[in-house]
Ligand binder design. Structure first.
Ligand SMILES: Nc1nc2c(c(=O)[nH]1)N[C@H]1C(S)=C(S)[C@@H](COP(=O)(O)O)O[C@H]1N2
Ligand SMILES: [Mo]
Length: 422
């Protein structure tokens, strides 16, 4: 199980190796462009083809659906419009991307190493990907990942950061090693409190030593059977932008706990103190505050289970239908660690609500599907509002809930516009 980490030998200015690097760079540029790089051998060293530059190319570069919305390209932050989340299982190309730093480059699956260490580990062990795949049973779950900042755009006063609307959420079918099985293998001491992750992405500043993000979860969450160290999404290797070749997935918790490009886990005897665990990051005021209020770090608490929420994925907002036509409506609902128990829709701005069926999840921590028909009383403009409630008796608010400095946890009802024409 313990494997040696080999350093790449050979000097870069060795002409054969240079030729090799050049050929592989050209090859990967060609595959990013999705076509042959004709005359590629004449491209000067270091020159990036224009076709690979610019904002509109995230789709090619990251193999994402071209109609996702680009919020930021340094680092990549790309969300999925509601109507593109209609699949019950989110496809790789429709899965949102939330990066805090630069994506790792030149990943070699064969030499990838996961190190498990920390104050509270019994045996420090390094695993190769093959070790992980061969030594542990493969577990598969469909899991909801929602960024803590999803819905940030609605807070007032505005919160800095990516202005996510509704699309920083996904529910893919993840497969890999159960974190629990891994922890059993290394052994955890009685004083273990937290599992922290480290990833291979690099700091935007270019610093080689600064951590980008290093978060984690309490041991109790890590030991749940659905907590995965995944190497597959929907039966395929994980897309580069979503954490290839190895990532954590903690369904129902803020996306930031689901570390990508994971190469080290630390079993800690205290709450993990990696980058973005403290201060104002991924934390909200422990007690509610007035909008715009400054909150001292000591009064901020770490976000754990995400709140109950839903999204209408069909039709697209703005849809026009004929008078007398019934409108099919579809979407998903989720409630962090809890179950969605009730789904309601309103076409009169919340004056009255119609309860509609909500399907059970594919497994715990997967979102739940709803679909129904709506009839409208006559011509005109309408809004369809959707409201989910959890088995803990919590419901989505109609207006933006508790303001907080970084704009997390907006679970207000999703609304779409519908026009009924004669
Ligand atoms: N190493 C690493 N892991 C990371 C991040 C990151 O920037 N670096 N972003 C986190 C955040 S904030 C979120 S919401 C999720 C997003 O996962 P996705 O990009 O696969 O949708 O990844 C998390 N894991
Ligand atoms: Mo996030």
């Amino acid at each position: 199980m313990r494997i040696a980490v080999k350093k790449l030998k050979g000097k870069v200015n060795n002409p054969d190796r240079r030729k090799f690097i050049r050929a592989s760079v050209l090859g990967s540029m060609g595959s990013l462009l999705g076509m042959d790089l004709v005359f590629g051998k004449y491209i000067p060293d270091g020159l990036i083809p224009l076709g690979l530059l610019g904002e509109s190319n995230f789709a090619q570069l990251l193999k994402k659906h071209p109609n996702l919305s680009l919020l930021n390209d340094k680092p990549w932050n790309i969300e999925t419009p509601a109507h593109l989340l209609d699949d019950k299982i989110t496809t790789a190309e429709r899965m949102f991307v939330r990066n805090n730093g630069n994506m790792p480059e030149g990943i070699d699956e064969k030499s990838w190493v996961l190190k498990v260490d920390g104050e509270s580990v019994e045996r420090e062990i390094e695993f190769s990907l093959t070790d992980l795949k061969n030594h542990f049973p493969k577990k598969e779950y469909q899991l909801t990942i929602e960024c803590g900042g999803n819905g940030r755009y609605e807070f007032n006063p505005p919160a800095k950061g990516n202005q996510w609307t509704t699309g920083a959420v996904s529910c893919g079918l993840w497969a890999g090693v159960s974190v629990k099985d891994l922890l059993n293998e290394v052994g955890i001491k009685k004083d273990a409190v937290y599992v922290g992750y480290y990833g291979a992405d690099t700091h935007l500043s270019g610093s080689k030593t600064k951590e980008v993000i290093s978060r984690g979860v309490p041991i109790s969450k890590a030991l749940e059977k659905e907590s995965l160290l995944a190497y597959e999404l929907n039966g395929q290797p994980i897309p580069m932008a979503n954490g290839f070749p190895l990532r954590l997935v903690f369904g129902g918790w803020p996306g930031s706990t689901s570390g990508k490009w994971v190469n080290r886990l630390s079993i800690r005897n205290k709450v993990h103190d990696g980058a973005k665990m403290g201060g104002q990051s991924y934390r909200v005021p422990c007690e509610e505050v007035a909008p715009g209020e400054m909150v001292a770090n000591k009064d901020m608490c770490i976000i754990e289970s995400m709140p109950v929420k839903s999204i209408i994925t069909y039709p697209k907002s703005g849809a026009i239908i004929q008078k007398g036509q019934t409108l099919p409506i579809r979407g998903h609902a989720w409630a962090g660690d809890d179950l969605v128990e009730k789904m309601e829709i309103s076409i009169d701005y919340g004056q009255s609500w119609l309860e509609i069926p909500i399907q059970p999840p594919a497994n715990r921590l997967a979102w739940q599907h709803f679909e129904n028909q709506i009839e409208f009383p006559g011509e005109g403009y309408y809004e369809v509002w959707a409201k989910a409630s959890s088995d803990k008796g919590k419901s989505q608010p109609m207006v933006v809930p508790g303001w907080n400095p970084k704009g997390y946890l907006n679970n207000a009802c999703h609304r779409i516009a519908i026009k009924v024409k004669a």
